[in-house]
Design a protein around this ligand. Structure first.
Ligand code: IVH
Length: 722
């Protein structure tokens, strides 16, 4: 998609924009450049999986785009990177017909099935040997995308194959789906593409952890997670799910006027003479002749097609070999696949072979073995989590499943156990979704002997013995003793974990060991471990202790959002931690935040706000933060120091109510960039209150203080001259 020269040029532009934006806002004349740069980095991130700039830098440039577009709404184009984001909720998903019905695939399960299919395919095509394109069978939710005049027009779920739900707004949230693509370069006007929407294994795991944190039942597998996410009415939530797309088939197209019909063609709906595309002056694109060519075309246009994963081979034996070879990599892939798809590569032959009402005759799926097994449920143990939640864990007779031995499976909560009607002694069906999380699908009730016994939930904490409680409306029993040793250890493990303070060589096992030996009793304890005693432990050489010491020391400088996440405040995941870190210049600023201030932050609702408020108003937590700071940890935000120059110099500002033209965070940034200061409450120190829609108590309070100037959003925009 981007040649080395283009890449170099865009990198140069990026650096210029990044440097320029440090001192002043990017000018309107640079809008197209800014969009090109953002699209390029979207591509590096979402398609190449090889970003060239940090999220922080990307966000900075993105804000510059928003800034220009807010001031000049007439310059916003539908394919601007800002236009993925949608406001408000989707009311409904209208039913929309696919341009070509979405057929299914015939399945095969072993080598013999494939040999039989190859024989039939050769008979149908009249050839001795066929060329095949073999590619992964992505295990997600299938969709069709339509582009018209190079712009993404709509996205539709599979539905019944003929018509599905129109989910364009949600599809726009997926960064690997281009909002525009230069189809016109190849003479194409309307194009329908098929593909699969996925949630990768890592995001699926994180998503389930978030659900667990909120005491919600986890999702069974990434496929369900992707399918469910596409039907969410809040596009912002869809965006947070970090879905991905693979596009693998061009099902329909029309040509632009002036393009000639010649030999090569892609594929067209039955009965219509479509798809024969060739310009007089243009070479035939390989896409016009083969399936692998269409994958190449999609790739060249900026789509994520299985361009690198596919293999073109001659004859069925090579197909079989590639299927086996790829299956070995299954666990190493970041996303789930459930098999391979084999397609006759020549489009002309595909047309000749045709289709049944159910599936094309020119393609077949080779399904990998289901990763299911049966075992016996021997007992259930109850684990105490970081927040005191009690999780039932099933202990099974060890059983091999997709390359690992499974003997311990989380049952999540009491409700899940009841719903599944599990009993001790049951034969159970176990499945491994993702490559890490095995789960119990169901008990095999037909083979019960009558000797199975019920699972009894404890009334007291299995670790500290305190009485358990189950708060109203929650599915999980909790130990509320915050000094319960199990919770303390889990809190330390979380603090040091990869997504939090990322202290290498300080994982689960070491934390537990040091805790049991009394070397460590709380989070600050990490920073004064008795290294002389650790050196004497078996397995701890000079070098490993040195590494540990360095890792712990280095972690003190981790950015503030990692520390916030590491504190394990309930409902504060990585994203919220970033929002919080960006809002303050020092973590202790939160002790002065009201509930309302917290809720004014982006994506912070009442539940999160209450939890954060309680955390920062708790005296033990305040002491903890002071202690961490005295130990040398960074509690300051990386937020750029407020400017001391500009036309708002020294003036204080506060925003209240909903702003219509500006995003709250942008408005606040404008104040700071121009030398103004933000306050969190109304007092005589306040110079300006900027009032949006539905302003409440702050406005009433400000009206009583004559020195405060009350401005509308428009007046503010005029004042700062944007
Ligand atoms: S080709 C006419 N290729 O598997 C073209 N399908 O079980 C038919 N799928 O409905 C589809 N990866 O949703 C094709 N590389 C791939 C695929 C793929 C996943 C899905 C697709 C299809 C289902 C059939």
């Amino acid at each position: 998609m981007y040649s080395p020269e283009q890449t170099k040029k865009l990198q140069q532009l990026t650096n210029n924009l990044l440097a320029a934006s440090k001192t002043h806002p990017v000018e309107k004349s640079k809008l197209e450049e800014l969009k090109d740069v953002l699209r390029f980095h979207e591509y590096r991130y979402a398609i190449m999986n090889d970003p060239l700039i940090s999220d922080f830098e990307y966000d900075g440039l993105y804000k510059q785009l928003e800034h220009i577009e807010t001031a000049h709404p007439d310059l916003v184009t539908a394919d601007s990177p800002s236009q993925r984001v949608a406001k408000g909720l989707t009311k409904e998903f209208p039913t929309m017909q696919h341009l070509v019905p979405m057929l299914s695939l015939e399945n095969s399960y072993n080598e013999q099935d494939l040999l039989d299919w190859d024989r039939r395919a050769r008979e149908l095509s009249g050839l001795e040997e066929l060329e095949y394109c073999v590619e992964p069978k992505f295990d997600g939710a299938s969709i069709s995308l339509t582009y018209e005049n190079d712009m993404l027009l709509r996205g539709v779920t599979r539905g019944d194959g003929v018509a599905g739900d129109e989910i364009t707004t949600n599809i726009r949230q997926i960064r690997s789906v281009p909002l525009s693509a230069s189809f016109s370069k190849y003479g194409l006007q309307v194009v329908e593409i098929r593909g699969e929407i996925l949630m990768n294994k890592n995001n699926f795991k994180k998503y389930n952890e978030q659900l667990a944190e909120q005491n919600l039942a986890p999702l069974a597998n990434p496929r369900n997670a992707a399918a469910g996410s596409l039907r969410i009415k809040d596009p912002k939530e869809v965006s947070r799910r970090n879905l991905e797309a693979f596009l693998y088939h061009i099902s329909y197209f029309t040509t632009l006027e002036g393009w000639q019909m010649t030999d090569g063609h892609l594929a067209g709906p039955e009965g219509e003479d479509m798809g024969k595309v060739r310009s007089k002056d243009m070479p035939v694109h390989p896409a016009l002749k083969t399936h692998s060519g269409s994958l190449q075309l999609l790739w060249d246009l900026g789509f994520r097609s299985p361009q690198k994963e596919k293999k073109v081979v001659k004859g069925i034996q090579a197909v079989v070999d590639y299927c086996h070879e790829f299956e070995k990599q299954r666990d190493n892939l970041p996303y789930e696949i459930d098999g391979m798809v084999i397609k006759v590569n020549s489009i002309a032959l595909q047309d000749k072979m045709g289709m049944t009402t159910h599936h094309p005759r020119w393609a077949i799926a080779f399904k990998f073995k289901a990763r299911q097994a049966t075992s016996t449920l021997r007992k259930v143990e109850f684990q105490v989590g970081r927040t005191g939640s009690i999780t039932p864990v099933a202990k099974l007779d060890p059983v091999p499943l997709g390359g690992v031995t499974v003997s311990s499976v989380s049952l999540f909560n009491e409700e899940v156990v009841r719903e599944k009607d599990l009993k001790i002694g049951d034969q159970v069906l176990v499945e491994r979704a993702g490559d890490v999380i095995p789960y119990i699908v169901k008990p095999l009730t037909d083979v019960r002997t009558g000797k199975e016994t019920s699972i009894v939930f404890p009334t007291h904490c299995p670790v500290c013995g305190d009485k358990l409680v189950k708060p109203e409306g929650e599915a999980v029993w909790r130990c509320v003793n915050i000094n319960c040793p199990a919770q303390v250890v889990e809190r330390i493990i979380h603090f040091a974990s990869k997504d939090a303070m990322d202290i290498r060589s300080f994982g689960d096992a070491n934390v537990r060991k040091f805790y049991e030996l009394g070397f460590l009793k709380d989070v600050p304890g990490i920073y004064h471990l008795p290294y002389d005693k650790i050196r004497e432990l078996e397995g701890f050489g000079e070098k490993s202790v040195g590494n540990l010491q360095t890792a712990i020391e280095t972690s003190k400088q981790q950015p503030l959002h990692r520390l916030i996440f590491g504190l394990g405040i309930r409902y504060v995941g990585e994203t919220t931690a970033k929002t919080l870190a960006a809002a303050v210049s020092h973590l202790s600023d939160f002790t002065e935040y009201s509930l309302e201030d917290l809720q004014n932050l982006e994506d912070v609702g009442p539940k999160v706000a209450t939890s954060v408020y309680q955390f920062f108003h708790n005296k033990d937590n305040k002491a903890l933060l002071e202690k961490l700071e005295s130990l040398g940890l960074n509690l300051k935000s990386q937020k750029a120091a407020p400017s001391t120059e500009g036309n708002l110099n020294g003036q204080t500002f506060l925003f209240t109510g909903t702003l219509n033209r500006l995003k709250r965070s942008d408005a606040e940034e404008i104040v700071e960039k121009n030398g103004g200061k933000l306050l969190s409450g109304v007092s005589s120190k306040l110079n300006y209150l900027i009032v949006g829609e539905d302003a409440g108590s702050k406005l009433e309070k400000a009206k009583k203080i004559p020195s405060i100037k009350i401005l509308t959003e428009d007046e503010f925009i005029k004042m700062v001259n944007i």
